[in-house]
Design a protein around this ligand. Structure first.
Ligand SMILES: [Zn+2]
Length: 78
């Protein structure tokens, strides 16, 4: 057990031009992943690791004022 799925969101941050929000966004993401699934004899499954093969951010919307598209600024990852 490693205590987690191992999936990390991409490090990109966002800023809302509408209200200045930096912290809360609805992000719609398409991910293509490869999972290591460990099945028990009883049929239960544990996902032991996930490799992200591809990730595409479809849209980002501000949770506070609802702005989206060009009004959401992408900040470079640290
Ligand atoms: Zn906003």
């Amino acid at each position: 057990m490693n205590g987690g799925s191992g999936v990390e969101a991409s490090a990109v941050r966002y800023r809302c031009d509408g209200c200045g929000n930096l912290t809360r966004f609805d992000v719609t993401v398409t991910r293509r992943t490869k999972e290591f699934r460990h099945f028990t004899v009883g049929g239960e499954v544990e996902i032991e690791s996930v490799d992200i093969l591809a990730e595409d951010t479809e849209s980002v919307a501000c949770r506070w004022c609802g702005a989206s598209g060009d009004r959401i600024e992408t900040l470079p990852a640290l």
